[in-house]
Design a protein around this ligand. Structure first.
Ligand code: CUA
Length: 151
């Protein structure tokens, strides 16, 4: 009888894991960037929305940041948003795989050439947030950083 109980518990745990994985993938859209829209990396500059990288106010305390990454910079870099803003990032790379990590937040994304990476963060605390590339991308990798200022 004991074995049947443990078998049922194990099976239940496996089903629970499968449910959470499925929920994250489909309901929360937490797919790897490889599953997201693909654009020709050579034509990033001509492809919307990346033809106009920048910071756009899209609502009350809500911003959209369209950003391109390339060795070894972020465009736009050093931008500013008011404290309490929710920022929706739409990212892509123009050359190789880069990383997008914002120190002191949960933002940490892989940005692949031609793939669109979307990630959202609310910035409550004023300060200067360091943005780092955390994927080795070439000789200038260690210099690839910028900042986000929250006022
Ligand atoms: Cu870009 Cu490392």
């Amino acid at each position: 009888l004991d074995e049947k109980i443990w078998l049922t518990i194990s099976f239940g745990i496996i089903m629970m894991f499968m449910f959470f994985t499925g929920y994250q993938a489909f309901a929360l859209d937490m797919a790897p960037p490889s599953n997201k829209e693909i654009i020709d990396p050579q034509k990033v500059d001509q492809t919307a929305p990346f033809d106009k990288p920048g910071v756009n106010k899209i609502g009350e305390s809500e911003y959209e940041v369209v950003m391109t990454l390339q060795a070894f910079s972020f465009n736009p870099g050093n931008f500013e948003v008011p404290a309490g803003s929710t920022v929706h990032f739409t990212l892509t790379s123009k050359d190789v795989v880069h990383g997008f990590e914002v120190a002191g937040t949960n933002l940490n994304a892989m940005v692949m050439p031609g793939h669109i990476q979307k990630i959202t963060q609310k910035f409550n605390k004023p300060g200067t947030y360091l943005v780092l590339c955390n994927e080795y991308c070439g000789a200038g990798h260690q210099a690839m950083s910028t900042t986000i200022t929250v006022k």
